[in-house]
Write a protein that binds this ligand. Structure first.
Ligand SMILES: Cc1cc2nc3c(=O)[nH]c(=O)nc-3n(C[C@H](O)[C@H](O)[C@H](O)COP(=O)(O)OP(=O)(O)OC[C@H]3O[C@@H](n4cnc5c(N)ncnc54)[C@H](O)[C@@H]3O)c2cc1C
Length: 434
């Protein structure tokens, strides 16, 4: 088992390459072991180091830290999402529980970046839920009712206003929410690595192959060594299932995205010189598309069941055709070869879009499965799972506990069949907005 990632993600390639990478080459032991060094694992490590300054904490990743989904996402730190059930009162209640968690997630990231003076291109510019289909106005009106009931500032936008703000005539209807932040996901992940305290050891390129619990110790096997630990936190998100963690409650989905080169003055003028913006689709399989602060356009418009350990260059290239078409539809005036880089990434999903936050067994904990919205929630769950593993309680843990738990999934091959069928159906419904 080996996670092989492409090295073509713009967000990661924007950063200075890291030095002093340590790989596990012999046996080691510790009080705390965290598997997975994305937002969740890094936040858990930082919190544990604060709680236990005299204990040894190891965080370990199969690839380079922060280069999983955390360094390759679209950078929307969300306060609200559209594709959840929210029509009856009961559903309104569960939607509120979800947004309470998003709210805590935003607060966690805000606190982190202000405490450590992090520059991650933070922009509180809000976000748009937009569609090219006028019929989708109905969905947005219902959503607007929900947001009003819950006190989220928002407004519906006409095509004219929208095209001025986004620089494209593609969309016919949209709802703008004031809450929601755009950021540079790679810079955020890098900052979390850079501030790891002295009592945290980071091992990279070291994949957990097997683990077992014997009495009070958990023994973990890696390619070139073993780690024996008293407590363990699994923070492997899209790879929770492959490690047998809550495997009947979460499954991996592969996403792909592309980023254009920086638009030159004439290209930027041709689309009306818009300020930074982010659009999320009204239908689940529509495109996420974003204009960055430095005039690049990001598009993410595929989501599928695929081998989570690797996507070949050839397969990635096939997905890039969709990205190109997505950009062309929205910005026909831009040149055909505008895409500069493309990449894939893995997220974890559950049937009811809920997250994993659990004590699995004595001294064994897991946090993950953010259903594509894991920037804030990942950081929140990371910090709070560390506190939970310390047998402490917080009001954040109470809020997380109040959510609906992930529901049971059918075994393979029924699971993959069901998910694939659903994705095809959703893709068909969103076909104009891919
Ligand atoms: C293309 C894309 C776009 C997205 N857009 C957004 C967005 O706009 N907003 C948002 O909120 N979320 C978004 N997400 C989701 C978000 O990126 C994730 O929810 C979040 O990064 C999860 O963080 P994490 O630390 O739990 O997981 P990851 O960052 O995936 O970290 C898990 C780590 O575990 C490691 N690991 C796995 N198995 C092993 C093993 N056996 N041994 C050792 N290490 C292992 C992996 O290498 C990985 O680094 C997007 C994701 C993708 C892929």
């Amino acid at each position: 088992m080996k996670i092989i990632n492409d090295s073509t993600c713009s967000w990661i390639n924007d950063l200075t390459p890291r030095i002093n990478i340590k790989t596990l080459k012999s046996n080691d032991d510790c009080e705390w072991l965290i598997i997975g060094a994305g937002y969740t694992g890094l936040s858990a490590a930082r919190k544990l180091a604060q709680l236990y300054p005299n204990q040894k904490i190891i965080i370990i990743d199969a690839q380079l830290a922060g280069e999983g989904a955390s360094g390759r996402n679209s950078g929307y730190l969300v306060d609200t999402t559209l594709n959840d059930g929210f029509t009856s009162n009961k559903q309104l209640e569960s939607y509120k529980k979800k947004t309470d968690i998003y709210d805590l997630g935003i607060a966690t990231i805000k606190k982190f970046i202000s405490e450590y003076q992090v520059d991650c291109d933070w922009n509180e510019c809000g976000k748009y839920f937009a569609s090219s289909r006028t019929e989708d106005k109905k969905i947005l009106h219902n959503f607007s009712d929900t947001l009003s009931k819950l006190g989220f500032e928002h407004n519906l936008l006409s095509k004219e206003k929208l095209s001025k703000r986004l620089g494209t005539n593609f969309y016919n209807t949209a709802l703008y929410t004031k809450g929601g932040i755009l950021l540079h996901p790679g810079k955020l992940a890098r900052a979390m690595i850079d501030v790891l305290p002295y009592n945290v050891i980071l091992y990279e390129n070291s994949c957990l192959l097997d683990w077992n619990k014997k009495k009070d110790f958990i023994s973990c096997k890696f390619q070139y060594g073993k780690i024996s630990t008293k407590k363990i936190i699994f923070a492997t998100n899209g790879f929770l299932k492959s490690l047998g963690i809550k495997s009947n409650y979460n499954f991996p989905i592969t996403l792909t995205a592309s980023m254009t080169k920086q638009l030159n003055d004439s290209e930027f003028n041709s689309i009306g010189k818009p300020k930074e913006w982010g659009v999320l689709p009204v239908r689940p399989m529509g495109a996420t598309i974003r204009m960055t602060k430095d005039r690049r356009i990001l598009i993410r418009n595929t989501a599928e069941v695929h081998d989570p350990f690797k996507m070949s260059n050839l397969n990635l290239k096939k997905r890039v055709i969709n990205h190109k078409l997505g950009i062309k539809k929205r910005f026909p005036q831009l040149p055909d070869d505008i895409i500069q880089s493309s990449w894939s990434g893995i997220v974890s999903r559950s049937r009811n879009s809920s997250q994993v936050f659990e004590k699995i067994d004595n001294n064994i904990f897991a946090a993950g499965c953010y259903n594509g919205s894991g920037i804030g929630v990942g950081a929140l769950f990371g910090e709070q799972i560390a506190i939970k593993a310390s047998e402490e309680n917080t009001k954040e843990i109470e809020t997380i506990k109040a959510r609906n738990k992930p529901t049971w999934l059918p075994p393979q091959p029924f699971l993959n069949f069901g998910v694939k069928t659903r994705l095809i159906y959703e893709r068909y419904k969103a076909r104009s907005d891919i």
